[in-house]
Design a protein around this ligand. Structure first.
Ligand code: GLC
Length: 513
């Protein structure tokens, strides 16, 4: 039994192993982050700080993205499971209990776009487009009444069932409504659950959701196209373009992007706001989505860096200042003490997106600096650090407090989606490894001081020893690729290597310059 368990973990965690100039980075990427993601987030769905057991609609879907290379069957099963928690109308259970399936129907906006996002990512990673044809039933249950925000009940299975594709598409189709600024309606919350009253009257808008939806629509439109759903694909592509234009026109605050608009049109996350003046996820996703004007994306990330990353305190805040005295009512987030959890603390999930934002702009120094700043090993490297941080050095904390007397104290550990996103930020955004069906790509975005790094990818019975060299001290730009000593072409600035199923051992040398 013990041998089996060890063998299992060696297999999962051994899929990708890295050796970089930073051992603390290696310790997280070679085991702990994926262990946290799989054992705690995906399997247990429970920890000391939240004894839950429920599935969160967006939560385990995001975790599944981090597991789609080492455990594609798990990712597949979960995508289909999540699809089965969608109502005929296209909205979903925000969270539900397994077995009987009780859960909550809400007006939260972003849940509806996660299924398509994660399914598109799964299909790209595994090449398994057949998942889109899997029949999945819908749920049936009472609609929310006028003015009702949510309803907890045990829904029944609807008579209707449809291929996974249709579930994804229905979620996107339901996400196309916009408000006075042409931005998506935030409903009773987007990714930030605590901002549940920004748009409760049905008019408030979300800038973050604009970036996220833009990316979701463009990721899923080609899938629709390939399935002969050209009209849907065209609608989504046109909507993505309209969102891009609206974001460009209505979301820029002068030095960063606003976070959204309240029901009454007051801006959220603006230099004119007393509290929550700048919110990190409106900046990071401007860069990640690729939708923002490039010069503005750079300036937005500079503002994030300047106002939200506190190097001395080792914190990367979600937004600042925290909600406290404003007469505006963003929602239950204001009920948290200032500097705790979503209320202007470090929310590590969002901070992982900031790493990805820097990497999307090619800023490898910033990306790894932030990764190291979030790394719990570095929080606890000294006695003073241990006494301040107070929580485990080997798992990520969902939040780190930002206001005295608790500055730098780790909050809720283990049960956090930041584990999966930090893993992806490290492996994909910094080290640049992306598996795409029958091939993999290497396009790192490194700190300029790194002379290179090594990693191994063991997949489908073959092993690839990848050596990345950085003789010129750049952040990105692949200039040469060799496989077993033979030169290969550089494709769009990346190394692109075919994945065989031939039990081979190949040596891949990638040179940056
Ligand atoms: C919690 C929720 C997650 C949400 C996040 C930010 O981690 O589980 O769904 O996105 O908080 O509010």
């Amino acid at each position: 039994m013990h041998r089996e368990a060890v063998g299992f973990w060696d297999g999962v965690l051994g899929t990708v192993q890295v050796k970089t100039p930073d051992p603390a980075t290696d310790i997280l990427l070679n085991g702990w982050l994926l262990y946290q993601s799989l054992a705690c987030r995906y399997w247990a769905r429970s920890a000391f700080y939240q004894a839950s057991g429920a599935y969160g609609f967006r939560d385990q879907l995001q975790d599944a993205m981090s597991l789609s290379v080492p455990m594609p069957a798990l990712a597949r099963a979960h995508i289909l499971r999540a699809a089965s928690r969608q109502f005929v109308e296209g909205d979903v259970q925000h969270w539900w209990f397994p077995i009987a399936g009780q859960g909550v129907r809400t007006r939260i906006s972003d849940d509806r776009a996660w299924l398509a996002t994660v399914a598109a990512h799964y299909v790209e990673t595994t090449g398994d487009a057949a998942i889109l044809d899997e029949p999945v039933s819908f749920l049936d249950g009472p609609a929310l009444r006028e003015g009702e925000h949510d309803l907890y009940f045990q829904p029944g299975e609807a008579d209707e069932s449809a291929p996974l594709f249709e579930h994804c598409a229905r979620g996107l189709d339901l996400s196309l409504a916009t408000g006075a600024h042409g931005l998506p309606l935030i409903g009773t919350g987007d990714w930030n659950d605590g901002m549940n009253r920004v748009g409760e009257a049905g008019r408030g808008e979300s800038v973050w959701l604009g970036w996220f939806l833009y990316a979701a629509l463009l990721a899923f439109a080609p899938i629709a196209e390939r399935r002969g759903e050209g009209r849907r694909a065209a609608t989504w592509t046109a909507h993505a373009e309209a969102l891009r234009a609206a974001l460009d026109r209505e979301a820029w605050d002068g030095a960063w992007y606003r976070r959204g608009y309240y029901d009454d049109g007051a801006p959220l996350g603006s230099s004119t706001s007393e509290e929550c003046r700048i919110d990190s996820i409106a900046q990071s996703w401007a860069a990640i989505s690729g939708a923002a004007d490039p010069a503005r994306a750079v300036q937005a990330m500079e503002s994030l860096d300047r106002m939200l990353v506190h190097r001395g305190d080792r914190l990367a805040l979600l937004f600042t200042p925290p909600f406290d005295k404003t007469p505006l009512d963003p929602g239950y987030i204001k009920g948290y003490p200032p500097g705790i959890r979503e209320n202007g603390g470090q929310y590590t999930h969002a901070a992982a997106w900031s790493i990805m934002g820097f990497a999307a702009l090619g800023q490898g120094d910033k990306a790894h600096e932030l990764f190291a700043l979030l790394n719990p090993i570095n929080h606890t490297a000294t006695r003073a650090g241990v006494l301040r941080y107070k929580v485990e050095p080997y798992v990520v904390a969902a939040d780190v407090y930002s206001v005295a007397p608790h500055v730098g104290r780790g909050g809720w550990t283990w049960y956090t989606g930041s584990a999966g996103w930090l893993y992806r930020a490290g492996i994909e955004s910094i080290l640049g490894l992306k598996v795409k069906g029958d091939r993999f790509e290497v396009a790192p975005c490194l700190p300029t001081a790194w002379p290179g790094f090594e990693m191994t990818l063991t997949l489908h019975g073959s092993a690839y020893e990848i050596v990345v060299r950085n003789p010129a001290g750049v952040s990105r730009g692949v200039v040469a690729v060799e496989v077993d000593g033979e030169t290969q072409p550089v494709v769009d600035g990346k190394a692109v290597i075919g994945l065989g199923a031939d039990s081979a051992r190949r040596r891949v040398v990638v040179t940056l310059g």
